[in-house]
Design a protein around this ligand. Structure first.
Ligand code: NAD
Length: 290
C-alpha cells in the first residue's frame, strides 16, 4: 500500500518503520524529526499525502491535528483513508473525520495503547472509530503495527474508548499508590501487601502488572527509578481529555476529576514531570495527611 505518515516522533517513527519493513511504500513528514529507515522523506504534509491510499497522523494534540488536516486533506486522493492514531479530544477527531468525508475521503480515529515499546515491537492495541469501510481498509495496517484492533463504532469512538480506559488507569494508579503508602505507615510489608492484593478483590493492572513499588511484582518502571514507561505528563494529558469530554456531554466523573487535579499538581508543582506515572507512590509516601 502507498502510505503517507505525518508525525514521526517517539511513537510515529517506529510505527512507520514497521510498515516500511512489511513492504509498504511509506512517505513521511515531520516538522522536526527525521524519517526512520525505509521511509522516504517528503517536504510537506500535503506532499506526503498526495497519491497515498492511507494517510496516517501521529501528532501531539487536537489543535495540531486540525491544522495538519487542513493542509493534507485537499491533497488526498478521493477514496483514500485519513487514519489518525494520535490521542486527541473526541470533538477534534469527529471534526477532522467530517472534513475528510466532505472531501470524498474515508476517515478513522484509532488511538493506541502500548506505548513506545509496543510501537517498536508492533504489538500496539488500536481502538478505532469510523465506518465499516474505513476500518476494513486500514485493518491490514493494524495487523502490522499492532496485535489487536477493536472497532468501537463511528468516528470519535476510538478516542472515547482511549479516554475512558486511561481515566480508569489514572484513578486506579492513584488508588494503588495511596494504599501502598498507607500500608507502609501501618507497618505492612510491601511484598505481603502485593501477595494479598494481587490475588484479592483489590487486584488491578496497576497492582499486578505495573506495580508502583520497587522490587515487588513483575519488572516495572518503579524498578528503574521511575523512568517512563508511561510518563505522568502523558497521563495528565489523557486525564484532561477525559474531563474535557465529560464537560462536553455533562457526565459526572468525580474520581476522574480528582485524579486530574492530583496529576496536575504532581507534574506542574512537584517533581513529577518526566517521571513515570507510577511515581505517585514516593509522592504519597513523602506526604502527611492534610
Ligand atoms: P512526540 O512528541 O514524540 O511526536 C509527535 C511528533 O509530531 C513530533 O516529532 C513533532 O515534531 C511532530 N509534529 C508536531 N507538529 C507537527 C506538524 N504540524 N506537522 C508534522 N509533524 C508535526 O509524541 P509521541 O510520544 O510520538 O505521541 C504521539 C501521539 O501518541 C500523542 O497524541 C500521544 O498522546 C499518543 N500516545 C503516546 C504514547 C507514548 O507512550 N508516547 C502512548 C500512547 C499514545
Amino acid at each position: 500500500m502507498k502510505i503517507g505518515f505525518i508525525g514521526l516522533g517517539n511513537m510515529g517513527a517506529p510505527m512507520a518503520a514497521n510498515l516500511a519493513a512489511a513492504g509498504h511504500l511509506v512517505t513521511g513528514f515531520d516538522v522536526q524529526a527525521p524519517c526512520p529507515e525505509g521511509v522516504t522523506s517528503a517536504p510537506s504534509a500535503a506532499q506526503a499525502a498526495s497519491d497515498a491510499e492511507v494517510v496516517i497522523t501521529m501528532l501531539p494534540n487536537g489543535d495540531i491535528l486540525r491544522k495538519v488536516a487542513d493542509e493534507l486533506i485537499p491533497a488526498m486522493s478521493s477514496g483514500a483513508v485519513l487514519l489518525d492514531c494520535s490521542t486527541v479530544d473526541v470533538e477534534s477527531a469527529r471534526a477532522v473525520a467530517t472534513q475528510a468525508q466532505e472531501a470524498g475521503c474515508l476517515a478513522a480515529d484509532a488511538p493506541v495503547s502500548g506505548g513506545i515499546g509496543g510501537a517498536a515491537a508492533g504489538t500496539l492495541t488500536f481502538m478505532a472509530g469510523g465506518t465499516n469501510m474505513a476500518f476494513a481498509k486500514v485493518a491490514p495496517l493494524f495487523d502490522v503495527m499492532g496485535q489487536k484492533a477493536v472497532h468501537c463504532g463511528p468516528s470519535g469512538n476510538g478516542q472515547a474508548a482511549k479516554i475512558c480506559n486511561n481515566m480508569i488507569l489514572g484513578v486506579t494508579m492513584i488508588g494503588t499508590c495511596e494504599a501502598f503508602a498507607l500500608a507502609d505507615k501501618l507497618g505492612l510489608d510491601r511484598q505481603k501487601m502485593f501477595d494479598v492484593v494481587s490475588t484479592s478483590s483489590g487486584y488491578s493492572w496497576t497492582m499486578n502488572a505495573y506495580c508502583p513499588a520497587p522490587g515487588v511484582g513483575p519488572q516495572s518502571p518503579a524498578d528503574n527509578d521511575y523512568t517512563p514507561g508511561f510518563a505522568a505528563d502523558l497521563m495528565l494529558k489523557d486525564l484532561r481529555l477525559s474531563q474535557q469530554a465529560a464537560t462536553a456531554v455533562d457526565a459526572d466523573t468525580p474520581m476522574g476529576e480528582a485524579a486530574t487535579a492530583l496529576y496536575e499538581i504532581f507534574v506542574e508543582n512537584e517533581d513529577g514531570a518526566g517521571k513515570d506515572f507510577s511515581a505517585m507512590l514516593p509522592r504519597f509516601v513523602s506526604r502527611r495527611r492534610s
